[in-house]
Every structure is written in structure tokens, then in C-alpha cells.
Design a protein around this ligand. Sequence first.
Ligand code: HMG
Ligand code: MG
Length: 302
Amino acid sequence: MSLPSKVKIVEVSPRDGLQNEKEFIDTSIKIELVNRLSQAGFPNIEAVSFVSPKWVPQMADGAEVMAGITRYPDIIYSALTPNLRGLEAAVAAGVDEVVIFGAASEAFSQRNINCSIAESIARFEPVAEAAKAAGLRLRGSISCALGCPYQGETPIESVVDVARRYMALGCDEIDVADTIGVGTAVRVKQVMQAVSQVVDPTRISGHFHDTYGQALANILAAMETGISIFHTSVAGLGGCPYAKGATGNIATEDVLYMLRGLDIDTGIDLDAVVDIGQWISGHIGHKSSSRAGNALAARKVA
Ligand code: HMG
Ligand code: MG
């Protein structure tokens, strides 16, 4: 299959990136990050999550972040909502899209959201209903679709089963998430092709963490199966608090650099993203893990 001419990038650093930082990051920095990303041209920004602050303290200021940002009418601002309480907070904050997140692995479901897969789907039913009633877009994220830190390889049928259940709940988009970054290209193709049997591929996104350095190859493989939505994180920020050793999502700068080389349009200003990557890395006190970002930044200084 030929590669897509256009790709939608969902920037997840304000949520998936920052949630993993141990030191609390000032709300004003979070707001500035989202604003800078909006200006750089991202069509969809995963801005906050409305989860239990006992579980993820870093995300406790989601309402303040949403209230403080400058909203652009064409940008979708998303929030993670594990339950009705989260959904109500998301509606009050005026987000455009809510994300329900379950796993294709039982063990991870227990660690991340403290219930079984079946219980999680039952818990999402009223969330999905209320989201639709409020006129919000609904996205369903399938964690551990390529492997689980506790269970090893995830059966493809489990991923397809969760995707099918999400579609029944009315999801507009489904994320196939490699939470711990263990997937490799052939397996990614097999999973994407299998999920494409129950979800239109234009509604499937790839969410690849880069733990084993496979994420760019996995994106290319996914594009070859017709997938054209990908989640990325500026400077490669992130990890997952419930997946030990997992690094962040693939760095946005690296993906934009690859897509530019392939002549695939994203509408995003790579140069601005390089600056954002360096700026946020400076604020949180560790070096950007984006190879392209660091190389391009060095060229600017030279
Ligand atoms: P629980 O402890 O089983 O349930 O948590 P609970 O209902 O007993 O709630 C515990 C406390 O949290 C209570 O407070 C609730 O009121 C409060 P207390 O009475 O003890 O004072 N609470 C809330 N507070 C604010 N907002 C809420 C909310 N809900 C409950 N929405 C629960 C169950 C699902 C809430 C919890 O496990 C949780 O919040 N988990 C979220 C974990 C999380 O955010 N993980 C990271 C995101 S997932 C991820 O990164 C993967 C992804 O990127 C894709 C990938 O890479 O695979 C999406
Ligand atoms: Mg993630």
C-alpha cells in the first residue's frame, strides 16, 4: 500500500509527557506548553487528564490548565477521563474530546485503572453516553496493544476485542498503543491490519512509545497498512507511571523530520517544535531525547 499524503499528529506531551514527571510542574508552564503547541499548528493536543490526583498528582491542575490556555477554534483539545467524575470535569472545562483508556492486558488494566478489562468497559459505558450527550468527540485508547510489562506479548484477538467494544460505545477514534514500546514492525502491521477489520483505518491511530528505539519504524510500518494518525510527544517526554522502564512517546521532532523527508504533509512547523522541545526540556531539567530535535537545535546555534 502507498504511504498517505497527509498525516494527523496528535501531540500528547502536555498529558502523556508531563504526567510522568516526579516534580510538580507549575501550571503556568503547562499552559505555555499548550499555547506554544497550538501556535506551531498541531490539529489535536492531548492537554490534560481528569483522573484521581492520588494516582497521578501531576495532572491535578487540569481544570486550571484548560481555563488558562488560549483556545484555537480548529484545534481539538483532549482530556483523559477514566470515569463519570472525570467526564463531568472535562465537560466543565470545555474540552473538545474525551479519551477512555483501557488495556488489552488484564494485569495492566488492574495496575493502571484498578479494575478488570470487562469492568473497565462497563465503567466506560456511562462515560461514553454522557460524552456523546454533551456533543464531545470520543476516543478509545487500547494500552499494551503490542505487549505488557506483566503478561508479555498481547494476543491480537484481545486488541481486536477491545477495539470492537469501543466502537460499540460510539468511539470516533481508536488508539492502538504500544505503552511500553516493545513492538516491532511486522507485529505492528499484523495488529493494525487486524484492528482495521473492525475499525475504519482512517479512525485508527498509532501511539508508540520508543523504549526499544522502534517507534519510527513502527510508524512507517503502520502507514504502510493505511494508518494516518499518530501520537507524538515533543522532546520525547514521558513514560507511563504504571509501566516501569517505558520511555516517552516517540519524539515529535523525529516524526516530523521523517515525514518531511517522505513529503508527507502535517501542517506543523518543525522549526517551532524544535524550539518548544528545547524550551520545555530546560524547564523540567533533562535533556531532550529527540535526536532530530537536538541536531536541528545544534545547527541553529552553530
Ligand atoms: P480507584 O482508587 O480504584 O477508585 O481509582 P476510587 O473511585 O476509589 O477513587 C479513589 C480516589 O480518587 C477517591 O478519592 C475519588 O474521589 C478520587 P477519596 O475519596 O479517596 O478522597 N477520584 C477522582 N478524583 C478526581 N478525578 C477523578 C476521580 N476519580 C476518582 N476522575 C481510577 C480508579 C480510575 C480513578 C484511578 O485508577 C485513576 O485515576 N487512574 C488513572 C491512571 C492514569 O491516569 N494513568 C496514566 C494514563 S494512561 C496512559 O498513560 C496510557 C496511554 O498513554 C496509552 C498508552 O501509552 O498505552 C493513554
Ligand atoms: Mg502513552
